[in-house]
Design a protein around this ligand. Structure first.
Ligand code: FAD
Length: 498
């Protein structure tokens, strides 16, 4: 058995050799060819044109990959030791962790196309979830048939959806989502901005008269990744509910976890990636980016794509036109901590993927190996513990071991019956991932501002583009779509000039 947590050595996409494309078996939605942007054509090489891509998350990786396909020579600069960003992961003694993103809803057209192109197979997730409500546990299961619908009636009463006070507002909520279903998705063609209002998600629930028990349940579910969603923009959360809560049987993830897609992109880019190279500043003169400044000095570029969270983009691009800086200032993020434990046992009751504690700050628990057994050696498992917002802020400054011990102790205090949570001393390894820019909040008006900003950029900036999830929709498909889109714009621009 590998030794205790401290003795583990991280490794990641740059160091790993994922299984080659030939060995991959595309499956799931990618194989059904969801509609999306046409495949990006290869248009011959233009040697000597250097495009610098800043940031190695899904946005930057897909931008650099697209540039390479267009015959350009991208150079991707990543601040940390590993590419992947919030879609990164680690391989640790036969385990594969995902540091953040862990599933793709069915509308992820650009992402599925990329998975198919790179030979990254997908797995359909099925999540039985335990809910701790009113001091007891109930289990919900994805509704795929009349049988599963009936099985959920009791649990839905307990968690509020079918309670006397909850049923009518829940129906209003469902109708409100169904009415806008055409726009409420994450496809590259989505028109979420058309529904953007000045309403927060909390105000939206107030308007529908959603009572406390249902709000608590929804928050428990949303908090799984977001922390406190009530201050998020209503449009963004409505899209999330439409995609995730009401289509729970249509969630996918690459076999081995979402970070496998980052690995596959990194593999294709090879030496075009430079890690541990934070960009300190993008030099902009007269609406033109001339290059970037790193700790090694100035690097000249014919074009620059900046694909970092908006908060970081503001720091490294102080010379952006004022209207673009103002728009970027509208983007805010939640806060969160994920602890990943490698275990020699199944931690949750048989069949459960997750245990949620909507009523308090106990971390949500997710056994990823229920759906992704390949993420751990045989007989072992991976348990993710997540806390967001205020609880995460309380813990952020503690050292890794203290955070892991604290969250594990919280989980023990309310362990589901039949679970086998370990003591800290028994875990095979522990990893702590801190996220200061966790999930973009999609604040009211943000989608409208970003749509306008995309237009402003083409007017104000010649060879500089901003990519990232916040530019399209604040999830992986938004990041990848914006990466592909900006890379094509830059390639077209350079082509027109040559
Ligand atoms: C806990 C958690 C769970 C999530 N779950 C999901 C999910 O299940 N499904 C989903 O679709 N989305 C999920 N998301 C959101 C998703 O991860 C993001 O939308 C996506 O990763 C954004 O991609 P990006 O490329 O825009 O930014 P990032 O992934 O943040 O990548 C930005 C990169 O830029 C680098 N960088 C920053 N500053 C600099 C600099 N100055 N110089 C060089 N490099 C720099 C960073 O190190 C990072 O690698 C989750 C996020 C979190 C935090």
């Amino acid at each position: 058995r590998p030794s205790g947590p401290a003795a583990q050595r991280p490794s990641g996409p740059a160091a790993q050799r994922p299984r080659g494309p030939a060995a991959q078996r595309p499956s799931g939605p990618a194989a059904q060819r969801p509609s999306g942007p046409a495949e990006i054509p290869v248009t011959g090489t233009r040697p000597g044109k250097r495009v610098i891509v800043i940031g190695g998350g899904p946005g930057g990786l897909s931008a650099a990959y697209t540039l390479k396909k267009r015959g350009l020579a991208p150079l991707l600069l990543e601040a940390t030791e590993q590419v992947g960003g919030r879609m990164g992961g680690e391989r640790i003694d036969g385990f594969s962790t995902d540091k953040a993103a862990d599933f793709f809803p069915v509308s992820y057209d650009t992402t599925f196309r990329l998975c198919e192109e790179l030979g990254v197979p997908l797995t359909n997730l099925s999540m039985d979830i335990g809910w701790h409500r009113h001091g007891r546990w109930v289990v919900t299961t994805p509704i795929t048939s009349l049988g599963t619908l009936f099985r959920n009636i009791g649990p839905f009463r307990t968690i509020g959806f079918l309670s006397l006070r909850g049923i009518w507002p829940t129906m209003k909520l469902v109708w409100s989502l169904k009415a806008d279903a055409r726009h409420l998705n994450y496809a590259s063609t989505h028109r979420i901005a058309d529904l953007d209002t000045d309403e927060t998600y909390g105000e939206y629930l107030d308007r529908l008269g959603v009572p406390e028990p249902v709000r608590v349940t929804l928050e428990g579910f949303l908090g799984l990744t977001m922390g406190n969603p009530e201050e998020f923009g209503a449009t963004w959360i409505r899209a999330f509910l439409a995609e995730v809560l009401f289509k729970p049987d249509k969630l996918y993830t690459p076999e081995g976890g979402c970070s496998r897609l980052s690995e596959a992109l990194a593999e294709r880019l090879g030496t075009a990636i430079r890690v541990s190279t934070p960009v300190r500043r993008v030099v902009i003169e007269n609406g033109r980016a001339t290059g970037v400044v790193t700790d090694d000095g100035f690097m000249e570029a014919d074009a620059v794509i900046c694909s970092v969270p908006a908060t970081r983009a503001l720091e490294i691009m102080p010379d952006l036109p004022e209207r673009i800086r103002r728009a970027l200032g509208k983007v805010q993020y939640s806060f969160g901590i994920r602890v990943v434990l490698g275990l020699d046992r199944r931690p949750l009751p048989p069949g459960w993927s997750a245990a949620l504690y909507p009523e308090d700050d106990t971390p949500s628990l997710l056994d990823r190996t229920v759906n992704l057994p390949e993420c751990a050696p045989p007989g072992k498992s991976l348990l993710d513990l997540w806390v967001g917002e205020s609880r995460a802020r309380d813990l952020m400054e503690l050292d890794d071991e203290e955070i892991a011990r604290t969250l594990l102790a919280d989980a023990h205090a309310k362990a589901p019956p039949g679970s086998a949570l370990p003591q800290y001393e028994d875990v095979v390894f522990a990893r702590v991932y801190r996220w200061h820019d966790a999930i973009c909040k999609g604040l009211p008006g943000m989608f409208t501002a970003m749509t306008r900003m995309r237009q402003d950029m083409t007017e104000d900036l010649q060879n500089l583009r901003i990519a990232g999830d916040f530019m399209r929709s604040p999830i992986v498909n938004g990041a990848i779509t914006s990466g592909v889109e900006t890379a094509n714009e830059v390639a077209d621009f350079l082509e027109a000039r040559s």
